[in-house]
Write a protein that binds this ligand. Structure first.
Ligand code: BG6
Length: 300
């Protein structure tokens, strides 16, 4: 484990373990790279990402907290909360011989207390790097009254071709379509497939989802081949303490509209996000903690 400057001079925790490698920016405690030893990177980063203190990175695993998307009551509040915009402290890093475990900490500060969510809290984010990547976000309520928050491990994953990608594990789950239409909508019977901009919050989804790259589409195996090493892979995302799952691909127009996202990059990424949002938002009594965990791994 080594801490050094990354893009834009921002401090990064570089992990080169026996079983996997990773990079985590202190800015947002943002994982920007993870690969099991001997495998191609699993996490997607945009080549157009900015690396500046006052903007989030594009790609990787933004930590969305304590709200998801636009803030309900405050249009000026930053999208997806303040956690991905602040510098987290590296509290601990241990190499246990197999995995490397790094823990990051964020507490309330004048910046958070003057925000749309003015509560006292402590967040600890434990990243375990190995053949699997385990992301565990623990939030403790230090306020004298109950607090509520939303949270997301907004994981961007590499795929060889979004048109041949499927997401399984969400069959039958109702979803909120962030692009419009009735809420909630009945989930599909089969896997989620992509034929246009997709931005959905699947509710009540407590079990694993799997991203299947190069899945059979229209009866044929599609040969992607755009991203070396990603072709034909399955990435399984197990989770605990999470009730919602967001699936996102911006497709053509939204990609073109985002300054920090390459116009053609949408073909090689998909977000499958481990979350607690909307009706799955977390309520904590004073002194209580809650942990949301995602475990990513390549699977056969
Ligand atoms: C997704 C949201 O999780 O994040 C989308 O569902 C949003 O609506 C996307 O566009 C990216 O958000 P941002 O703030 O990082 O551009």
């Amino acid at each position: 484990v080594r801490v050094g400057p990354g893009h834009g001079g921002l401090p990064v925790v570089f992990v080169a373990g026996r079983t996997g490698s990773a990079e985590i920016y202190l800015h947002g405690a943002h994982v920007t790279h993870w690969a099991p030893a001997g495998a191609a990177p699993v996490i997607w980063m945009s080549a157009a990402s900015r690396y500046v203190p006052d903007a989030p990175l594009r790609g990787g695993v933004p930590l969305c907290f304590p709200w998801f998307g636009a803030h309900d009551g405050d249009a000026a509040a930053p999208a997806h909360g303040f956690a991905r915009l602040l510098d987290w402290e590296l509290a601990d890093a241990q190499d246990d011989g197999d995995d490397v475990v790094a823990t990051f900490r964020l507490a309330d500060s004048p910046a958070t207390r003057s925000s749309a969510w003015p509560h006292r809290f402590e967040a600890r984010y434990t990243v375990t790097v190995g053949a699997r990547l385990t992301l565990a976000l623990e939030v403790t309520n230090l306020d004298p009254s109950d607090v509520m928050f939303e949270e997301a491990l907004h994981t961007y994953l590499r795929v060889s071709d979004i048109a041949s990608t499927e997401v399984t594990g969400l069959e039958g789950a109702p979803f909120l379509d962030r692009l419009g239409g009735p809420d909630p909508q009945a989930g599909e019977d089969g896997p989620v497939r992509f034929a246009g901009e997709t931005d959905r919050i699947y509710l009540g989804t407590r079990s694993a989802a799997t991203v299947v790259d190069g899945a059979v589409v229209d009866g044929a195996v599609v040969d992607g081949g755009v991203v070396d090493g990603a072709v034909g892979r399955r990435v399984r995302i197990d989770k605990l303490g999470s009730g919602s799952t967001v699936v996102w691909n911006p497709w053509v127009d939204k990609s073109a509209a985002m300054a920090d996202f390459g116009d053609d990059e949408w073909t090689t990424m998909v977000c499958v996000e481990t979350c607690n949002i909307r009706t799955d938002a977390v309520r904590l009594a004073p002194g209580q903690s809650h942990t949301m965990t995602a475990v990513l791994g390549l699977t056969a």
